[in-house]
Design a protein. Structure first.
Length: 75
């Protein structure tokens, strides 16, 4: 079964609504690196990348944290 990146779409909707605090909270508990990459792509496609520095930093920080083998999250 293919993963539809539903999480990324929901977080992107929060960003578009202007609720960056809620989006950052969701980014901190992101389910996987794939979802964060889908969110980053969605932000870039919507022209929102670079608009909020703290949002971009949260995505980058959590990508690094989830990519680290010592911080593995169980499903």
């Amino acid at each position: 079964m293919a993963h539809a990146h539903v999480w990324a779409g929901k977080v992107l909707a929060l960003v578009k609504a202007g609720n960056t605090a809620a989006a950052i909270a969701q980014i901190k508990v992101a389910p996987s690196v794939k979802d964060l990459l889908a969110l980053r792509k969605g932000l870039a496609d919507a022209g929102l990348a670079g608009r909020w520095r703290d949002l971009d930093a949260a995505v980058a920080d959590n990508l690094a944290a989830l990519a680290a083998p010592r911080l593995h999250r169980s499903p």
